[in-house]
Design a protein around this ligand. Structure first.
Ligand code: SAH
Ligand code: SF4
Ligand code: F3S
Length: 439
């Protein structure tokens, strides 16, 4: 028997790339590849890339420059670029870095095995089409190996919202929902392999509408169906758009016990002028009213969000409105980014604001978000939480997992095993996690 070839995948960007990387590894396992944790001994290196901000995309070229010398050490080494940079830049990647053998866009992963054979025969391979067929249907079913207890499952991909700053509609294409029947089947396979928590993924996941056995299901209806699966204990979903937050989904947060009390609901800005210029089609007020309704249904829900500062034309008054909105919502987690010009998006044509001002706003917003984050984390101390154990901790006898609110929790003297869901009492808030003891 020949020794297995080794595959090293490095994943950048959002959770959808994490999911896709797993699927690509599964597809290449059929070609005799085994995953390895270092680039040094790999026969195939795949960078699964992100194009959301300029820095993210440029990082790929410096990484490729670092990887190139490995080809001199291993003549069999092939280097591939997948993900959103592959989609956005296509053949340009091979021109800029000739060491790249393969470029595959996010909608073409089902062709990866074929492309691998092509590069093994000495040719290069490029596929950035948006094919008619559904890649998910061509990727094989999930493997039998035992898995981590928490898994991602893509249910919807692409976006039709065209926010003025964002590349996703171009890199991932139009919004497409997978049939609910297939999602439920894949969820069952995951649960059979030991998964207890599933996070449903989509760029715009709450716009989900996929064919069920009798009719199209909304995201809430899909969640209710999934909650019937024995052994599946926790359901999450991300990322949601405020405009697609329907009543049935809010209702599920009230009454579906398996749906975790956590919601990532990006608003981007607290200024109506900027929201309009971003093409977000919601206002700060409509967003706040929505939050109110969600909190009425599920008072303890942990909210998280995304913000962009320094968007073209953003004045100090606009920025103050964003800070006010954050004060009003008080997020358990929030991610803030300095606006990055993306070629081909409408906002790229507009005048940029001064970089020093944008940096200053970023520092201010991050300080406020961090303060809230810390306060909320500290408010957990003394409370009883439920934790899904994910792995052993660094200290002897310690286990690490996630609370229902997605806080990382370290449990000392913990007799529970990976995959168990235990009740704990939080004893201390550390910088990025909670310490707790079993109750
Ligand atoms: N689908 C999700 C977000 C996808 S991108 C949604 O609609 O909310 C994740 C985050 O990256 C966005 O929420 C936004 O805050 C940020 N982002 C997107 N494009 C950006 C850009 N050009 N510059 C800076 N941040 C950006
Ligand atoms: Fe990008 Fe807007 Fe679509 Fe989110 S909703 S992926 S920010 S275009
Ligand atoms: Fe990045 Fe593509 Fe995800 S641009 S954030 S990897 S959808």
């Amino acid at each position: 028997m020949t020794a297995p070839k080794k595959l090293f995948i490095k994943t950048y960007g959002c959770q959808m790339n994490v999911y896709d990387s797993e699927r690509m590894a599964e597809a290449l396992a059929d070609q005799g590849y085994q995953e390895t944790q270092t680039a040094d001994d790999a026969d195939m290196i795949l960078l699964n890339t992100c194009h959301i901000r300029e820095k993210a995309a440029e990082k790929i070229y410096s990484e490729l420059g670092r990887l190139k010398p490995l080809k001199a050490l291993n003549p069999d080494l092939k280097i591939g670029v997948a993900g959103c940079v592959a989609q956005a830049e296509g053949a340009e990647i091979m021109r800029r870095q000739p060491a790249v053998d393969l470029v595959v866009g996010p909608q073409s992963y089902h062709r990866l095995a074929e492309m691998e054979q092509q590069v093994r025969s000495g040719k290069s391979a490029l596929d950035t089409d948006f094919p008619e067929e559904d890649k998910f249907e061509h990727l094989k079913s999930r493997p039998k190996a035992a898995r981590a207890p928490a898994a991602f499952l893509t249910v919807q991909e692409g976006c039709d919202k065209f926010c003025a700053f964002c590349v996703v509609p171009y890199t991932r294409g139009a919004e497409v929902s997978r049939p609910a029947t297939r999602v439920i089947e894949e969820a069952r396979q995951l649960v059979d392999r030991g998964v207890r928590e599933i996070t449903l993924l989509g760029q715009n996941v709450n716009a989900y509408h996929g064919a069920g056995a009798h009719k199209d299901l909304t995201l809430a209806e899909l969640i209710w169906e999934l909650s019937e699966i024995n052994g599946l204990e926790r359901i999450r979903f991300t990322t949601s758009h405020p405009n697609d937050m329907q009543d049935d989904l809010i209702e599920a947060h009230r009454s579906c016990a398996k749906l975790m009390p956590y919601l990532h609901l990006p608003v981007q800005s607290g200024s109506d002028h900027i929201l309009k210029r971003m093409n977000r089609s919601h206002t700060a007020q409509s967003y706040l009213e929505l939050i109110e309704r969600i909190r009425a249904a599920r008072p303890d829900i942990m909210l998280s969000g995304d913000f962009i500062v320094g968007f073209p034309e953003e004045t100090d008054a606009d920025f103050q409105a964003t800070l006010r909105l954050i004060e009003q919502v008080k997020y358990g987690y929030a991610y803030s980014f300095k606006y990055s010009t993306r070629p081909g998006t409408p906002a790229a044509e507009r005048g940029q604001i001064d970089d020093a001002i944008a940096n200053d706003r970023l520092a201010q917003i991050q300080a406020l978000i961090t303060r809230h984050q810390r306060e909320i984390q500290e408010s957990m101390v003394g409370r009883e939480l439920s934790v899904l154990i994910e792995k052993p901790g660094r200290l002897a006898g310690q286990m690490v997992g996630k609370s229902e609110y997605l806080h990382a929790v370290h449990i000392d003297a913990c007799s529970a095993a990976v995959g168990d869901i235990v009740r704990v009492r939080a004893t201390e808030a550390k910088s990025n996690s909670l310490a707790a003891l079993l109750v």
